[in-house]
Write a protein that binds this ligand. Structure first.
Ligand SMILES: [Zn+2]
Ligand SMILES: [Zn+2]
Length: 248
């Protein structure tokens, strides 16, 4: 079985109970982490995960609430004893942003800092963007004003798939990416350019024939009327819950 953990469920600005949206998936001693706008390592520790199992980090786009925690993420892996390379995947602009964030610090005394191996994701390309003994990852472009990728992660052990929309207004490419997913984590920031409402997330889940929708990237207040409208559109829907786990 594969498990997805919601390390965070908030938008850039959310409420006191939510940090920025970050997700990791775990199976067979292998972990993939998606986005690190906050302290992803601390959140992994809260759910009892061993950070030494991290195989790769995915950055969906360059915005602060998705990349801003990279220097701390990288430093914490080094302090935890990691010496093997850290693979990082993302659109070109997200890769540049993460590298630039870290480069602003003087790290000359960081003896044994593991190298980062940067991999640029081209979301328009066919085929998987990542594969190892546990996972296959596909990507598709969202609509967000800057290059952004949604990710579909398939577990080789369970055969199940989970899709994360990242930040996007309704996108046919994301709907197609999510087709038949056991789990769809979709943003519900609200009616803003480059984002989606809860109802639009529900429509995407319905069109994609997803089995379960979990709303993430949540604003400080999500009106109850928005939630009930979304639930009427797609019943197996719930609000993302910080540090909760989801099987797929
Ligand atoms: Zn964004
Ligand atoms: Zn965001």
């Amino acid at each position: 079985m594969a498990t997805a953990y919601l390390l965070g469920t908030g938008a850039a600005h959310s409420n006191a109970g939510r940090t920025t949206t970050m997700i990791c998936v775990h199976s067979d001693s292998s972990t993939l982490v998606i986005d690190c706008g906050g302290d992803a390592v601390a959140r992994m520790q809260r759910v009892g995960m061993d950070v030494d199992t991290i195989q790769a980090l995915f950055l969906t786009h360059e915005h602060i609430d998705h990349v801003g925690g990279f220097p701390l993420f990288y430093k914490k892996l080094w302090l935890s004893g990691r010496r093997r390379p850290l693979p990082v995947y993302g659109p070109a602009a997200a890769i540049v942003q993460a590298a630039r964030c870290f480069a602003t610090y003087d790290t000359r005394a960081f003896e044994g800092l593991p190298p980062v191996v940067w991999h640029t994701i081209n979301p328009e390309a066919d085929g998987a963007v990542y594969s190892d003994q546990s996972w296959i990852v596909h990507a598709a472009p969202g609509c967000h004003g800057v290059p952004v990728v949604g990710l579909r992660i398939t577990s080789k052990s369970s055969g199940g798939a989970m899709t994360y929309s990242s930040d996007t207004s309704p996108s046919e490419a994301i709907t197609n990416l999510a087709h038949g997913s056991a789990l769809l984590f979709h943003e519900a920031t609200g009616a803003q350019p480059g984002h989606s409402t809860a109802l639009q997330a529900a429509q995407t889940a319905k069109d994609a024939k997803a089995q379960r929708l979990v709303l993430v990237h949540l604003p400080p207040h999500l009106p109850a009327s928005d939630l009930s409208a979304a639930q009427q559109e797609f019943a197996p829907m719930e609000l993302g819950s910080e540090l909760s786990s989801y099987l797929f």
